[in-house]
Design a protein. Structure first.
Length: 131
C-alpha cells in the first residue's frame, strides 16, 4: 500500500504536515506521525537553518571541524561517533560548530574551539549550534 501526498508551494514557502494519522477503513490505526524523535529533530534542524544558524548553514562555507572526543556507537555494521559534528564559517568570518546526538541517550563530548577546551552534553536527539 502506498499513500502519496503532493504539496505545491511557491518559492520561500515553508510548509509542515503535523500530527498525521493513517487508519484502515475499519478504524484501526496504521501510523501516527505525532511527536516522534525524528519529527522533533526535523523541526529543530529547520529552525536552526532558518533562524540562528542561517548565516553559517545557508550563507556560509563548511570547513574541517576540530577533533571531537566522545563515545562511539554501532550504526549497522559500522562503529561511529555518538555525536556528529560539522564546522561552518559565515561570510563575515564568524565560525560555528553544529553538534548532533543521534543516539537514544544523553552523550558528552569535548573539543577545542576558538582556542578553548569545550565540553558539551547533548540530550538524546539534540542538535546544537556552538559559537
Amino acid at each position: 500500500d502506498q499513500l502519496r501526498i503532493i504539496i505545491r508551494a511557491t518559492p520561500g514557502y515553508l510548509g509542515w504536515i503535523d500530527d498525521l494519522m493513517l487508519t484502515h477503513v475499519d478504524g484501526t490505526e496504521v501510523m501516527t506521525s505525532g511527536d516522534s524523535p525524528y519529527v522533533r529533530f526535523l523541526r529543530d534542524w529547520i529552525r536552526l537553518y532558518r533562524d540562528e544558524g542561517r548565516d553559517f548553514l545557508a550563507n556560509g562555507f563548511r570547513f574541517r571541524p576540530p577533533a571531537l572526543e566522545c563515545a562511539r556507537s554501532k550504526l549497522g555494521a559500522h562503529i561511529v561517533p555518538a555525536i556528529r559534528h560539522a564546522a561552518y564559517r559565515a561570510a563575515d568570518g564568524r565560525t560555528a560548530l553544529v553538534l548532533v546526538n543521534g543516539t537514544g541517550i544523553e552523550q558528552e563530548c569535548s573539543f577545542v574551539w576558538n582556542g578553548k577546551i569545550r565540553r558539551e552534553t547533548l540530550n538524546s536527539g539534540e542538535l546544537r549550534l556552538v559559537r
